[in-house]
Design a protein around this ligand. Sequence first.
Ligand SMILES: [Zn+2]
Length: 232
Amino acid sequence: MAPAPSPPPQRPWPIPKLLLRIDDLDHEGADIFLNAVQPKVALREAILASFKWLYTPETAPRNVTQILLVLRPMEGVAHTFGTQFHKEIHFSLDYIKGSAKRARDEIMGVLVHEVVHCFQFNALDTCPGGLIEGMADFVRLHEGLSPPHWRRTAADRWDAGYEKTAYFLDWIENRYGEGTIRELNGWMKDREYHHHVFKELTGRPIHKLWSIYCKILEEPIDDFTLVQQVLD
Ligand SMILES: [Zn+2]
């Protein structure tokens, strides 16, 4: 009997070339960063986290060939920009200095969030900004890197962004199956955004999903009950 054909080898994840620039080595934030993480390892981990939650080896985008991380004194936390080939993440040394007490987790959390922006699909630039930010924090949340101040609370809008939307996406992922948010990202690869995507993925329109989610949040129930309801 002929041996069963072995499965085709999995494609490796497309890790881009990684570059680091530190604009002020005298800044305390630079020491904190370098003591907390190894830059290459940290960036690779952030890239693999983005791939793991939003792609498969077959669907991972291969257009990004280079990511430059710039650590510099600046206001705010971090931001990402660039072309479809070269991405640049600017991360504030002042912010890193202010996060010294939980440096590693905060640095990794911010890197994961920004690296998601390097790769995520954006529905040909029509994806609501709150969903873009929510997807980035969804990956951060699923990597166990949510900062202590995050709370699973209701907001006025499902696309309020950041952790508000991330927890909503997390609830969708739990309720409708692992991979649902990966499918949501994939849906936005080459078509313009439409709320209908949520109905396609879950069978329910976005406003219905949001009202169910908010109702669950309003009920004074313990986590176990919440989990039971989520899994029903
Ligand atoms: Zn962001």
